[in-house]
Write a protein that binds this ligand. Structure first.
Ligand code: NAP
Ligand code: HSE
Length: 459
């Protein structure tokens, strides 16, 4: 019998009629996965595949198979069930195995991970990664490897956990010029800030919780010092503005200096504190920064709590769009990896590997606005000696620097050598504000390092 290429025989027994017919059905393309790294995210992916792999396969017309798993220590107990024969410590053999169609790099770090990704791409294999540190720092050279060797790179899981924000920017919003992007992009920091406010818990104690739940990076300073959000903001800014933004071009400040006192005072003033990734198109330049910010409590981002992330994207045609979901953890991140797997599988099945390239530079003159020139209102908390004339000296410095005072609060009930003094200040440039702060910090009445937090108005 003549048969079409790629089709196989299937028998269907029509029991009531008592005879069988032979039909031609399309042969399922097998997609064999090589997984490098099986910790929080990798285990989430293995479990997700066990749960929904067949459903995904039938939606896409392919059949998934886990061809092998490389880890550092094959004897370690894992959250996901793996057979002994599937696990190895030799990632190179796994990646090079001709039976492996797709490589998932879920190990983290930028040294070995870079080698894993490069090796797979040189072999022309599609690579899926959740590694924002790697993509942010080495994106350009990795994309060149994709172009040269004809594979593809998928990195949806690198930003905002389960939220399909990369697909949204690259495809869904591609008819827009992106004017503003504000993101709560680090689940660990958002969880810490939320718990500090809601439960009055201590910073270190909440961080330990976030680590235990698999939200934090292996090196948690990446989270709390803002670098993880810096990597993610850089990736989103690059996709939005068409030139690759390196981490070194992005101003970063983490949340270590935020105290329960700041969270309380911000609330009394009608704000809550969030670590924001901010991307603003201002004239011909793009302002890109990551720092804690006072967000008006009526703003939608103020209500994004715990491990949830959200990104507000403002396009010139669509207006404001909000993208919300869990930003970290095994399952949320696995969902994004599986979505990349679906794209890779369809590309393999249809032989259309470059259908959506990882990054297309389209802005030759892209430039980042220096942070010195960023303008915003400010919150300032000073620890001062409670004596006449102190406020006058502070106001004199601010006046000299042409920074307007919006309100002053010296809450009652604070006793001791020094008391808090909270000033809300009108718009000033970052440079001028920092110069004023240096002068204020030198006053003899100032008893501790001033805390300055920028206020985001979302204009
Ligand atoms: P993890 O729990 O620390 O897991 C890392 C895995 O990589 C472990 O299985 C480890 O093996 C393996 N590994 C390390 N070095 C290796 C080597 N030289 N060869 C083979 N395997 C090696 O990390 P994770 O939280 O899953 O994060 C993985 C990646 O996803 C990182 O890039 C991270 O930034 C990113 N990410 C994480 C989350 C999250 O919520 N956790 C969310 C989004 C993105 P052993 O198990 O034997 O030690
Ligand atoms: N450590 C990261 C976070 C994981 O807390 O957001 C998700 O990228």
């Amino acid at each position: 019998m003549a048969r079409l290429a790629g089709w196989v025989d299937g028998k269907i027994k029509l029991s009531r009629l008592g005879f069988a017919v032979t039909l031609c059905v399309p042969e399922m393309r097998k997609v064999n996965i090589g997984l490098v790294g099986c910790g929080t995210v990798g285990s989430g992916v293995v479990k997700g595949l066990a749960r929904n792999g067949a459903l995904m396969g039938s939606r896409l017309g392919v059949r998934f198979s886990l061809g092998g798993v490389a880890v550092r220590n094959p004897r370690k107990a894992r959250a996901a069930r793996l057979s002994r024969g599937q696990v190895t410590s030799d990632w190179e053999s796994l990646v090079r195995d001709p039976k492996i169609d797709v490589v998932m790099e879920l190990m983290g770090g930028t040294t070995t991970a870079r080698k894993v990704v490069a090796e797979a791409l040189k072999l022309g294999k599609p690579v899926i990664t959740a590694n924002k540190a790697l993509i942010s720092a080495h994106g350009e050279s990795i994309f060149r490897l994709v172009e040269k060797n004809g594979g593809n790179l998928y990195y949806e899981a690198s930003v905002a956990g389960g939220i399909p924000i990369i697909k949204s920017l690259r495809e869904g919003l591609s008819g827009n010029r992106i004017q503003r992007l504000y993101g709560i992009l680090n689940g660990t920091c958002n969880y810490i800030l939320t718990q500090m406010e809601a439960e009055g818990r201590d910073f270190e104690d909440v961080l330990a919780d976030a680590q235990q739940m698999g939200y934090a990076e292996a090196e948690p300073s990446l989270d709390v010092d803002g670098f993880d959000a810096q990597h993610k903001t850089g990736i989103l800014a690059s996709l939005a503005h068409g030139f690759w933004v390196k981490p070194s071009q992005i101003f970063v400040e983490g949340i270590r200096h935020i105290t329960p006192l700041d969270i309380q005072f911000a609330r009394r003033l009608g704000y809550c504190i969030k670590l924001l990734g901010i991307v603003k198109k201002l004239g011909g330049k793009v302002q890109i920064a990551v720092h804690p910010a006072l967000v008006p409590e009526t703003h939608v981002l103020a209500n994004v709590s715990d491990v949830f992330n959200a990104i507000l994207v403002r396009g010139d045609i669509v207006g404001d769009t909000l993208h919300y979901g869990q930003g970290a953890g095994a399952d949320a991140t696995a969902s994004a990896v599986l979505s990349d797997l679906a794209d890779a599988a369809l590309d393999l099945k249809n032989g259309s590997m470059g259908r959506v390239p990882p990054f297309v530079p389209h802005e030759q003159d892209g430039a980042v606005l220096p942070m010195d020139k960023a303008v915003s209102p400010f919150y300032l908390r000073l620890s001062v000696i409670d004596r006449p004339g102190t406020l006058a000296k502070i106001a004199a410095i601010l006046g000299e620097m042409k920074i307007g005072i919006c309100s002053v609060t010296q809450p009652e009930g604070h006793v001791g050598e020094s008391v808090p003094l909270i000033l809300m200040l009108h718009d000033a440039s970052d440079l001028v504000m920092r110069q004023a702060l240096r002068k204020i910090a030198r006053l003899s009445a100032i008893k501790a390092k001033p805390t300055m937090i920028r206020v985001e108005t979302f204009e």
